[in-house]
Design a protein around this ligand. Structure first.
Ligand SMILES: NC(=O)c1ccc[n+]([C@@H]2O[C@H](COP(=O)([O-])OP(=O)(O)OC[C@H]3O[C@@H](n4cnc5c(N)ncnc54)[C@H](O)[C@@H]3O)[C@@H](O)[C@H]2O)c1
Length: 247
């Protein structure tokens, strides 16, 4: 009988984490989820992800959630040591620009230091020959700050778009990430993004960094400050008022 592979998913009750849990559970993996429901602390009752955790517990076959905090270094070392995973998907985060401006210390502790805690836990387990997982970080296109605004744009009847066809499928990964404004959130995510790359290059961990943007789905606890597409639909259906923030 073959032994199931194990994946550790952080942020397992959030949008991306919960989709990863369901995906790997359906493919026969053992899934260890890490989520302390900090989204409720960040965004209030509407950000609470307990309903999503309950859904996963009811529908998954081999899902093992733990309510640990990625800021807790010893706990992260324990989770990785105990799970001995083939794969780590790190999707726990403080995900909002606006909230980061009001709680910069929490933002950095969760996004940057939390990522370092997991990378180091993974390296130590790898060096002790316990496991040698692929480590995936959910980064963000906000690492490019406002540099994409330098690309040529054109006005169409319904919206603005990039003028050059080569920009239509997204900005290039070699776009510069410094000498621009990011938001406090963007800067803490760059720290995590670069540290994950560095653990790959310097320590030889098998790391991958994905810079997503505006991802959505019905399993998002969309709130005004994060998850805008989900929230936009909620406001439209409930005929509420939608506020546009920006500069
Ligand atoms: N949704 C998007 O549009 C989008 C776009 C680009 C990048 N990302 C990135 O993907 C990742 C996941 O985003 P999401 O949309 O699923 O966010 P989300 O808020 O839905 O999920 C994050 C989860 O992490 C948990 N969490 C927060 N702090 C924690 C902590 N200290 N310890 C343990 N768990 C904690 C939250 O409770 C939440 O369930 C983030 O890194 C985000 O920056 C998301």
């Amino acid at each position: 009988m073959s032994v199931a592979k194990t994946v550790v998913v952080t942020g397992s009750s959030g949008l991306i984490g919960s989709e990863a849990v369901a995906y790997f559970d359906a493919r026969g993996w053992r899934v260890v989820g890490v989520d302390n429901n900090m989204r409720a602390d960040f965004f209030g009752p509407k950000g609470d992800t307990t309903w999503n955790l309950k859904r996963l517990k009811a529908t998954c076959r081999d899902f093992h959630p733990v309510a640990e905090d990625v800021r807790d270094r010893a706990a992260m070392a324990r989770v990785i040591r105990d799970a001995r995973p083939e794969l780590v998907i790190h999707a726990a985060a403080q995900p909002s620009h606006d909230l980061a401006a009001t709680r910069p210390l929490d933002d950095f502790d969760v996004n940057a230091v939390g990522t370092l805690n997991l990378l180091e836990a993974t390296r130590q387990a790898r060096d002790a020959a316990m496991c040698d997982p692929v480590f995936i970080l959910l980064s963000t296109n906000k690492v490019y700050g406002d540099v994409p605004n330098e690309l040529p744009r054109m006005e169409t009847p319904t919206r603005w778009d990039y003028s050059r066809p080569e920009d239509w499928n997204g900005v290039r990964e070699d776009m510069r990430i410094d000498r621009c404004m990011h938001s406090i959130f963007g800067a803490s995510k760059i720290a995590a993004d670069l540290m994950t790359q560095e653990y790959g290059r310097y320590f030889g961990l098998k790391t991958g960094v994905f810079r997503g943007g505006c991802l959505t789905g019905r399993n998002h606890a969309g709130v005004q400050l994060h998850g805008f597409l989900n929230y936009l639909f909620k406001v439209a259906v409930e005929r509420g008022r939608y506020t546009i923030f920006g500069y």
